[in-house]
Design a protein around this ligand. Structure first.
Ligand SMILES: Cc1cc2nc3c(=O)[nH]c(=O)nc-3n(C[C@H](O)[C@H](O)[C@H](O)COP(=O)(O)OP(=O)(O)OC[C@H]3O[C@@H](n4cnc5c(N)ncnc54)[C@H](O)[C@@H]3O)c2cc1C
Ligand code: SF4
Ligand code: SF4
Ligand code: SF4
Length: 362
């Protein structure tokens, strides 16, 4: 049985969550993408997986009503961008509700429901990898019986959740502007250990860090991510790369904004799309620095609001090499120009460090 076109599957795991017989497993396919595998002996052909799949049953997209440039002064230093996600999470927890977002725990980035203030810091920060959804939609559905839930994730995850839950007055969704999901296998290939605090953006810099130490081959991982080499196949034709959105609020970086204070510290774009989005945003607005802007202004710096990512010109070579030679070698083979630049950067950086050390010793 085929749930949807394999190259369009986003790995959202709605099918895995809905299967009444538990006969779907999310496993890595030959392109290293987490995808459903069905145990044919247990399947009863009920069709629930095909009906819930957002590739078959499109989730409504809503034109964004308002566009803001903003940041949360208390949260942005410890967040990836303007700290708006953290401010919204605090709002839900303060009312005794729940927040579901991506955390790094026990060696994986996965979605988790958080219900206490103490656990909120784990949600902060963008983890630039496709997070494991596991059975989180089922857990959210249980919580929705007596609580509001704020879900933060990529648009394809929001779509999977919306199809799984159906209409719910208690579900609030934030979708992220997203240029692509990188396989967790590639992150596993460079992480030296499973514990510690994982981060990708710190002090305006982007790198894979564990407990503040930059991980070996972090440059390779980030280059493949930023240069659109290592995404799922479906990301290159993503239906959510648009100003019409599936979230009540959409968050991203307001790249290239003009006439705005302290842009170097992080400015978020917040698209407020629905009534629920307006209610959430109004509730946090007094704690933000916030200016309403024209949507057109955001489009220039953020191509993912108007079109999907364009694959790196050597992606075919990367895909051919990665399973035979491993992630790091595949990056070096298919991104020679970028790797030379990276090596030069490392040499300059280490010579600066040596000069500093030498100065300190003299
Ligand atoms: C894979 C990915 C690609 C992105 N691509 C773009 C882009 O092209 N352009 C752009 O403007 N912005 C992009 N973003 C969004 C950007 O990095 C910020 O998350 C956003 O600006 C919100 O910033 P913040 O400071 O409010 O929250 P942050 O501190 O960034 O917190 C982000 C929130 O998102 C959730 N989250 C973190 N990692 C993941 C993940 N892997 N999957 C799902 N949810 C996650 C967390 O739970 C948290 O609630 C991307 C984010 C991700 C995760
Ligand atoms: S058809 Fe039904 S039983 Fe079979 S995999 Fe899909 S949801 Fe599960
Ligand atoms: S529901 Fe999601 S994971 Fe399952 S087949 Fe459809 S897109 Fe893929
Ligand atoms: S680019 Fe689209 S399909 Fe890919 S992870 Fe982002 S939202 Fe999902």
């Amino acid at each position: 049985m085929i749930i949807c076109d394999d190259k369009k599957c986003t790995g959202c795991a709605a099918c895995f969550n809905v299967c009444p017989k538990g006969c779907i497993a999310m496993t890595f396919n030959e392109r290293n993408e987490l995808s459903p595998t069905i145990d044919a002996d247990k399947c009863v052909n009920c069709g629930a997986c095909q009906r819930v799949c957002p590739v078959n049953k499109l989730v409504e997209k809503i034109p964004s009503a308002k566009c803001y440039a903003c940041y949360a002064p208390e949260e942005r230093d410890s967040s990836s961008s303007g700290g708006i996600a953290a401010e919204l999470a605090k709002l839900f927890i303060s009312k005794g509700d729940c927040v579901c977002g991506a955390v790094y725990e026990n060696g994986t980035v996965h979605h988790k429901i958080v219900e206490s203030e103490e656990e909120l810091p784990k949600l902060k920060g963008s983890k630039y990898v496709q997070s494991y959804i596991d059975d989180i939609y089922k857990q959210i559905k249980v919580k929705l019986k007596d609580k509001n839930v704020l879900f933060v994730g990529t648009p394809c995850q929001v779509a999977g959740l919306r199809n799984f839950v159906g209409r719910s007055d208690r579900l609030y969704c934030v979708d992220l502007i997203c240029h692509g999901g990188t396989s967790h296998r590639y992150l596993d290939a460079i992480l030296p250990k499973k514990d510690g605090e994982l981060s990708f953006r710190k002090n305006g810099d982007i790198a894979v860090r564990l407990d503040d130490d930059v991980v070996k081959y972090s440059g390779e991982y980030i280059a493949a991510f930023l240069k659109m080499m290592s995404y799922r196949e479906c990301c290159y034709s993503c239906r959510y790369a648009d100003t019409e959105r599936v979230g009540d609020i959409t968050l991203g970086d307001f790249w290239g904004i003009k006439d705005f204070p302290e842009t170097e510290k992080g400015v978020s774009i917040a698209l407020v799309n629905t009534e629920k989005g307006t209610a959430m945003f109004d509730a946090i607005k007094s704690g933000l620095y916030c200016e309403e802007r024209q949507l057109n202004e955001a489009l220039g710096g953020n191509p993912q609001l108007s079109r999907p990512s364009i694959p790196h010109k050597h992606r075919d070579l990367f895909m051919k090499t990665v399973n035979r030679k491993g992630f790091v070698k595949a990056v070096h083979k298919s991104m020679k120009k970028e790797m030379v630049k990276l090596t030069i950067k490392k040499i300059v950086f280490s010579s600066k460090l040596l000069t500093k050390l030498y100065g300190a010793l003299r």
